[in-house]
Ligand binder design. Structure first.
Ligand SMILES: [Zn+2]
Length: 383
């Protein structure tokens, strides 16, 4: 079993190299648009649909005629042609489902990435810098963490985002860990007061930056709305908003990585509510930021658990905070009631932690009432 994982690093090109990378993306953008134009014309004039093979076959001749393209990596340019092909395939898929949305011509300012095969057009040097065909010299990389040992690097994407450059490697790693040694099951309730509450009674309070970030986002959005269309100040406001969004996204990612790592290290079976059904936090100031944080936490936990041989389950969220985990009695509560106080069996517990227990037992009924892990693991086979 192999898994595809991605590793992203910051690039530090010097000014000449940064200009070279910008030119390269510009040329690739032109190539993308030219291929789109060709497809449209072929269809309009001859009623013929061009495919990837048709256009890729022509690429060699195009490179001979265009010295700009000739200077860059051939395989990277094939990726550009493939990218258009993917856009068309997605379009045809949408058409079948009755929704339009024809592939569009792209603006250079929005064409932000180029794909490479590592060792062909993009190389990692001995000194841990990278070279890109058509870009002078070696580009510095900040390896803030190592690529996994023995990993096979398949592809790399060079990206521009908010004026910074990054590289993302796709790496095939052997799924070396095998099945997770049985440890323990846990239910996780995501909420507003505690961002995360577990059935074991742990809580992660909602980080302060979530409220701050959403307030600032609203302020910047209002500022953008006030600017005149096409004006310089609008462009500046747009950049400010984009930078803020990028910063929030990286804080959120960092947070999701930490919490998910912790969960996967401690538990083999992890249950969440299925957020696609929930529609939580409506009308809240921090709604979008929170929803994104939860979604990311669940997806990170999912892939980390898969890598470690664990399991993530998503349960129907209906009534998880109303139901009693001990006797099953349903007691309606308002959002402001923070305590679960069951009139049926007399259980009194924090609302979020009790909900986490309900989630745990919905996903893993075998874990109910079992203390010893040995007992649980035999139950697990039965379940
Ligand atoms: Zn009860």
């Amino acid at each position: 079993m192999f898994m595809l994982r991605s590793f992203k690093y910051r690039l530090f090109p010097n000014p000449t190299q940064a200009a070279g990378l910008t030119d390269m993306l510009g040329s690739f953008c032109d190539l993308y648009n030219a291929c789109l134009q060709q497809r449209i014309e072929a269809y309009q004039r001859r009623g013929k649909s061009l495919g990837y093979i048709d256009q890729a076959n022509e690429l060699k001749a195009v490179r001979l005629a265009d010295e700009r393209l000739a200077g860059y990596s051939y395989s990277a340019e094939q990726q550009v042609v493939r990218r258009l092909d993917k856009a068309f395939k997605a379009f045809f898929g949408r058409v079948r489902r009755g929704k339009g949305g024809f592939p569009r011509f792209r603006a250079k300012s929005m064409f932000d990435s180029a794909g490479f095969r590592v060792g062909d057009g993009l190389t990692i040097c001995r000194n841990r810098k990278i070279t890109v065909v058509g870009i002078p010299g070696e580009i510095k990389v900040r390896w803030h963490r190592d690529l996994p040992a023995g990993a096979k690097i398949s592809t790399a994407v060079v990206m521009r985002s908010c004026g910074k450059w990054y590289i993302r490697f796709s790496v095939e790693t052997p799924d070396a860990y095998g099945p997770h040694p049985f440890r323990e099951a846990v239910g996780v309730d995501v909420g507003l007061t505690s961002l995360v509450a577990t059935s074991d009674g742990c809580r992660v309070p909602t980080p302060k930056w979530i409220g701050k970030a959403s307030k600032k986002q609203r302020r910047l959005q209002r500022a953008l709305a006030r600017c005149k269309r096409g004006s310089k100040s609008r462009l500046r406001a747009k950049m400010r908003l984009a930078r803020h969004a990028a910063r929030t996204a990286s804080q959120r990612r960092d947070f999701a990585h930490k919490v998910s790592r912790d969960l996967v290290n401690r538990y083999s079976h992890i249950a969440f509510e299925d957020l696609n059904i929930t529609g939580l936090a409506s009308g809240m100031l921090a709604k979008s930021v929170l929803n994104a944080a939860w979604g990311q936490l669940i997806s990170f936990t999912d892939y980390k658990a898969a890598y470690a041989g664990g399991l993530v389950a998503k349960v129907n969220p209906r009534g998880t905070s109303q139901e009693c985990d001990c006797c099953g009695r349903v007691t309606p509560k308002t959002l402001s009631e923070r305590i679960h106080d069951c009139p049926g069996c007399g259980t009194v517990e924090d609302r979020d932690i009790h909900a986490a227990k309900v989630i745990k037992h919905r996903a893993f009924p075998w874990s109910k009432g079992l203390g010893a892990s040995l007992e649980a693991s035999s139950q697990r086979v039965a379940a």
